[in-house]
Design a protein around this ligand. Structure first.
Ligand SMILES: [Zn+2]
Length: 436
């Protein structure tokens, strides 16, 4: 049986991954439990809780009912039910359904998962599948969490049947003892830097080297002590072994869609007329307004899209040094941008600078006396004021650019869970400039 859970947490306290870790540990008394999945959903959805993450795991048992009761009891007990925005949902896919699932139903689950990460789903969308596939479920309050819970079980089913279908990464999360929650986290920072040095780039986003910050531990009162992310389970445990910190209550390894860019709607699908807020895109375009810094330190510029129309792009102040790269763009540069659309503006997560415009048109210099010539009127060419020499065209000069072509990214301090770090991007003939 596969169990999916979502929306048990709040901004202030609990964390759905903790509830999952408790359940996975407890349910080992009933039967074999899989490595749980941590599925990040559309990061732009306005009513999300902190990280918009849902969880799922598989348990091999015959007595499904007993386990379901245990899961429901834990969800009732550990959910932050007093918080307005917390609306837990649990979805079960029993072995009877799993063993007889049709290709068509599997396609529906695939579509549901992918849509939950890239678009906006309603509770009705979730109920439609739950009803048609005759899935058991459980929810509290308005049950909004059923959307994420169904997405998390869908991801599990897909991965279970086709292990290489989706790109995935790992996160090992350590949880605090109850008495320590709410107090400052005790973590030996030097050991964290050492652990990072010993295992990067197989682990990533533990620290932000450029900004000299440790980024793998939250600052909220939630039970998470820290999380180590990476592509290699061995490297993650090696890093874990090197870190000195307060004693933990438990730890749990998750297989996740973090760091995969799965939220980005691909180039061939995104067209200007279809683009909407709360969706994330990869877009090709030509810089059509030079970057400028606005109030708050954000940097904005516009691109004209290859199909039609223009869109404004923004590198927010928290992206720090990334803005230095963005400020060096110039009208005419060809770029591929990666980010989320909000208020009709693309919030940049990454940029691929594909071609630099090295051409500049200037008023020509006079061949005879060397003075800068002046425009003789619109479309009238240029004339030297001193000696009257005439020239039809502007002078074209080549400008040196300090910017290098290739891929650049927002640093770990500003990175979304789903954004793929450049250390994970391997593109032929493409220079990558990781933020460290
Ligand atoms: Zn002249």
């Amino acid at each position: 049986m596969i169990v999916g859970i979502d929306d048990t947490d709040s901004r202030k306290g609990m964390c759905t991954t903790y509830l999952c870790a408790v359940l996975v540990d407890e349910l080992k008394n009933y039967g074999e439990v899989s490595t749980p999945r941590l599925v990040r959903l559309n990061p732009c959805i306005p009513f999300k809780t902190r990280g918009n993450g849902a969880v799922s795991f598989e348990i091999s048992i015959e007595k499904e009912e007993e386990v379901k009761e245990e899961v429901k009891a834990r969800v009732r007990e550990l959910s932050e039910l007093n918080e307005e925005g917390t609306n837990p949902g649990v979805v079960f896919i029993g072995d009877r359904v799993l063993n007889t699932i049709s290709v068509k139903d599997e396609e529906r689950l695939k579509y549901f998962y992918e849509t939950a990460v890239r678009e906006v789903l309603t509770l009705e969308d979730a109920y439609a599948i739950i009803t048609d596939l005759q899935l058991d479920y459980f929810g509290l309050k308005n049950k909004r969490g059923l959307i994420g819970a169904l997405a998390a079980v869908s991801f599990f089913v897909l991965q279970r049947n086709k292990p290489d279908y989706y790109d995935c990464t790992y996160e090992l999360i350590a949880y605090r003892k109850k008495d320590n929650r709410g107090k400052a986290r005790v973590i030996d920072e030097t050991s964290v830097w050492d652990a990072d040095t010993a295992t990067y780039p197989l682990t990533w986003d533990t620290v932000d080297a450029a900004n000299n910050k440790i980024v793998f531990a939250p600052h909220s009162p939630c039970p998470v002590l820290f999380g180590i992310r990476g592509d290699s389970v061995d490297a993650i445990y090696k890093a874990y072994g090197l870190i000195h910190a307060e004693p933990e209550e438990r730890k749990m390894l998750f297989i996740t869609n973090q760091g995969t860019d799965f939220h980005l709607i691909p180039l061939d699908v995104a067209t200007k007329e279809k683009m909407q807020d709360y969706h994330s895109y990869v877009l090709d375009g030509m810089v059509c307004s030079n970057p400028r810094t606005i109030e708050g330190g954000h940097v904005v510029f516009s691109i004209s899209l290859s199909d039609s129309g223009t869109i404004e792009c923004i590198a927010y102040e928290p992206t720090k040094g990334f803005r230095t790269i963005i400020r060096k763009l110039r009208v005419g540069d060809a770029v591929r941008v990666y980010g989320s659309q909000k208020n009709e503006t693309l919030n940049l997560e990454k940029i691929d600078i594909m071609e630099l415009n090295q051409v500049e048109e200037k008023n020509p210099r006079c061949d005879k006396c060397g003075r800068s010539m002046e425009s003789a009127g619109r479309l009238q060419g240029y004339r030297c004021k001193r000696c009257g020499t005439y020239r039809a065209d502007k002078a074209v000069v080549t400008v040196d650019r300090v910017l290098e072509k290739g891929l650049y990214e927002a640093p770990p301090v500003a990175r979304r869970h789903l954004s793929k770090p450049l250390v994970r991007m391997f593109e032929a003939n493409k220079k990558i400039h990781p933020s460290r």
